[in-house]
Design a protein around this ligand. Sequence first.
Ligand code: ZN
Length: 111
Amino acid sequence: MGIDDTVLVRCTRCKSKFRDKASRLRDGYTRQCPTCECMVFFLDGSPNKDIHDALREAERVRKAIREEEADRIVRPAASAADTDDAEVAPALSRRVDRRARPAGRATIRSR
Ligand SMILES: [Zn+2]
C-alpha cells in the first residue's frame, strides 16, 4: 500500500486548496497558486496557520514515507525467516518417506 506523498495546501491569498509534493514542501519553498497565481511562501515559523499546517503535514508525510521505505527493506528478510524452513523441510521429507515405503513393499510383493 503506497502512501500519498502529496500535501493539501491552502493558498494564503485566495484560500483555494491545491496539492503539492511533500518532498518539495519544506522551509524556504515557494509555490505559485494554480488559482490566483500568487506566490505562496513556505517558511518555518510563518505566522500563517495554513503555511504552518502545510509544512507540518509535509513533515509528517515525509516521515511516513521514510518509515514505509524502511519497512519495505526490513520485510523481505523478516518474511524469509518466517517461512519456517525448519518446519517445512521435515514435513516434506516425511511425506516422501510415506510415499516411498508402500511403493517399496509393492515391488517386493510383486516379485
Ligand atoms: Zn491563490
